[in-house]
Design a protein around this ligand. Structure first.
Ligand SMILES: Cc1ncc(CO)c(N)n1
Length: 219
């Protein structure tokens, strides 16, 4: 079993809750209140800024050029491609840069990014990958599950662009590189080292769930 298969097995009880979360189902069914999505987008934009910084610590801690390219490439994709989804919604939902700049991250958001950044600062490139993987990969699985459950969801005038972005082959390919890298780096890991990764991955998986809860509760 690979490290990532092991981590996914250990966190299955948390991930299963994503697919039936009212906010996620609201996107899938196209019934989510637009104002909730708008608030979520602003929070998620703030989230992505710190998430991107976590990759930047990966660049700083890399001990080879290919590793540096992996993290630097992710930064490029995040700021150019993934944030395009957000910039598109900023236009559609009339979110200004000023509104983003003056909005404070909600506590579950701040806690999540603070935890990731701490793992990255204190750990090695392995901890960086372990802390960003729940984020990167869960959105792929969630979006693909939406498409499986309700294929026409990709055509939704409001939520289709979000679903298509995260269910895309391009997004999946980028994730596959991260997964292979983490598996590769941890092949010889001892039980204690594996346990440490498991703690990080489970905490981030819980934080993802808390982020959906936050989005659902936001006024
Ligand atoms: C909170 C959160 N998790 C994961 C992703 C996917 O990058 C995102 N945009 N936001």
């Amino acid at each position: 079993m690979t490290t990532v298969e092991h981590l996914l097995g250990k966190s299955r009880h948390i991930w299963q809750q994503y697919y039936v979360h009212p906010f996620v189902l609201g996107i899938q069914e196209g019934t989510l209140e637009q104002e909730k999505f708008r608030q979520y987008m602003i929070q998620d934009y703030l989230y992505l800024v710190d998430y991107t910084k976590t990759f930047a610590i990966g660049v700083a801690k890399a001990n080879s050029i290919p590793t540096m390219q992996l993290f630097a490439g992710s930064i490029h994709t995040l700021t150019h491609t993934e944030m395009d989804i957000h910039r598109g919604y900023m236009g559609t939902l009339a979110i200004t840069q000023e509104e983003i700049d003056t909005t404070k991250p909600a506590l579950p958001n701040l806690s999540y990014t603070s935890y990731m950044l701490r793992q990255a600062y204190e750990g090695s490139v392995v901890e960086v990958l372990a802390s960003i993987l729940s984020c990167a990969y869960s959105y792929e699985v969630i979006a693909k599950t939406m498409v499986q459950n309700r294929p026409e969801c990709v055509d939704d005038a409001l939520y289709g662009s979000w679903i298509r972005g995260y269910a895309s082959d391009d997004y999946a390919e980028k994730n596959q590189v991260l997964i292979e890298m983490l598996n590769d780096w941890t092949k010889e890991y001892t039980e204690a080292q594996q346990q440490r990764l498991e703690d990080i991955f489970l905490a981030c998986s819980e934080y993802e769930l808390a982020f959906w809860d936050m989005a659902w509760m936001m006024k």
